[in-house]
Design a binder for this molecule. Structure first.
Ligand SMILES: *Cc1c(COP(=O)(O)O)cnc(C)c1O
Length: 406
């Protein structure tokens, strides 16, 4: 038990009240205060234990308090915590080398602190091509800063913040003809997620990313794959684009890369690698050695523990397990690796999320009718079995309640 965790006095409602008194309300009040985590398990302020099948939204790739991350972060912060970009530190360079090496192609890396910033950098790189136009997908999510929001294909999120940076066309996701019509020689960037995560784990038709690569190559447009959710092992590959044999000009990363610490990365290849020149972009914390040390620990552990294969077969087991529940409330299971969307037959995702929590499971109602799962890449077979048992009970509870209500 970590120090400062006051289970008896605090309770879940006490922190919730404090939260409501002082926190900006942009998130709405969160579901639950969590005080401690270990691997796939977390505990709330009343000592209740949960299996965390959301992993901080695809962030805690090695679970909570993984020894390799703890060691890397503690060691780095105790020796050199920050240097600014006027100086350099070895972990930063090392991480860039490793990331480029994982893509198998020569490239360069710009580090930032979040997914939105990774995409913001990509957007600015697009502007530096001199071309005015950008294409991204309807339903896509690329972050909340003004530039990333302009790329995000969700009008409800955009509307209150107009005017946004101009020149972005949104095309239906998965539609190759729409890409062909929209991408021209005026188009700087085509920005796509390999799987639309926030939109409900939407997998495009086979060949879509390859078509995107061909179309952009023909017009000299940079293909940007937003792998912020799909990257770093989440789909059983280092990068989801790799699995499709697609070499993007720009890859953006964040979420799982830092194993719980905030980091974003914009990987650039070919001519795109030369567009950022001294003074063109920056961030005070860019390449901070502590977060880079955490990310290096994540990459090392994925490699040493063989987690890519583990993700592939554990993800398959989880997917088959949910399908095999054969529950009338489950319409289909979408996704790949350990990024799964359980599409419900009716818009009861919020109810299922709550019932799951009551059964000791943390999952996410990503849309009104979809439950998203993104457990740690380290999730064990036993934890998957426990998940299936509890999730079946949660589904049944919601189903029964709805039948009674109907
Ligand atoms: C989460 C996410 C982002 C935004 O990342 P933040 O760190 O929240 O800014 C961008 N793109 C995708 C695909 C994401 O899943």
């Amino acid at each position: 038990m970590s120090e400062g965790t006051d289970v008896t006095a605090a309770g879940n409602t006490a922190l919730t009240r404090r939260w409501q008194g002082v926190m900006a309300d942009n998130f709405g009040t969160p579901r639950l205060p969590l005080v401690r985590g270990e691997g796939t398990r977390v505990w709330d302020a009343e000592g209740n234990e949960y299996l965390d099948f959301l992993g901080g939204i695809a962030v805690n790739s090695l679970g909570h308090a993984h020894p390799a991350v703890v060691r890397a972060v503690s060691g780095q912060v105790a020796s050199l915590g920050h240097v600014s970009n006027l100086f350099m530190a070895e972990p930063t360079v090392h991480l860039a080398e490793r990331l480029v090496q994982l893509t198998g192609r020569p490239g360069r890396v710009y580090f930032s602190n979040s997914g939105a910033e990774a995409n913001e950098a990509a957007f600015k790189i697009g502007r530096l091509t001199g071309r005015p136009h950008t294409v991204s997908a309807v339903g896509g999510f690329h972050g909340r800063t003004m530039g990333a929001l302009a790329l995000t294909g969700q009008p409800a999120k955009q509307r209150p913040f107009h005017p946004l940076p101009a020149g972005v066309t949104h095309v239906p996701y998965g539609d190759t003809d729409a890409l062909r019509a929209a991408v021209t020689e005026d188009t700087a960037l085509l920005v796509l997620e390999p799987v639309q995560g926030e939109n409900g784990v939407i997998v495009p038709p086979p060949g879509y990313l390859r078509a995107a690569r061909e179309i952009t190559a023909a017009t000299g447009t940079l293909l940007v794959l937003d792998e912020i959710q799909t990257g770093i092992g989440r789909t059983g590959h280092w990068f989801a684009g790799q699995a499709e044999g697609v070499d993007a000009d720009v890859i953006t990363l964040a979420k799982g890369l830092g194993g719980g610490l905030p980091i974003g990365a914009t990987l650039v290849f070919g001519p795109a690698a030369d567009l950022l020149t001294p003074g063109s972009h920056g961030s005070t914390f860019s390449g901070n050695p502590v977060v880079c040390a955490a990310a290096l620990a994540v990459l090392d552990t994925i490699e040493q523990a063989g987690l890519l294969d583990h993700v592939t077969w554990t993800g398959e087991r989880l997917r088959r397990g949910v399908t095999g529940l054969d529950h009338p409330l489950v319409r289909e299971v979408r996704g790949t690796g350990l990024l799964l969307g359980i599409a419900l037959a009716a818009p009861f995702a919020a109810e299922v999320q709550q019932a799951a929590q009551n059964h000791g499971l943390l999952v996410n109602a990503v849309t009104a009718d979809t439950i998203r799962l993104a457990p740690p890449l380290t999730v064990s077979d036993r934890e998957v079995s426990a998940f299936l048992t509890r999730f079946a009970a949660a589904l049944e509870e919601v189903h029964t309640a709805q039948l009674v209500a109907a």
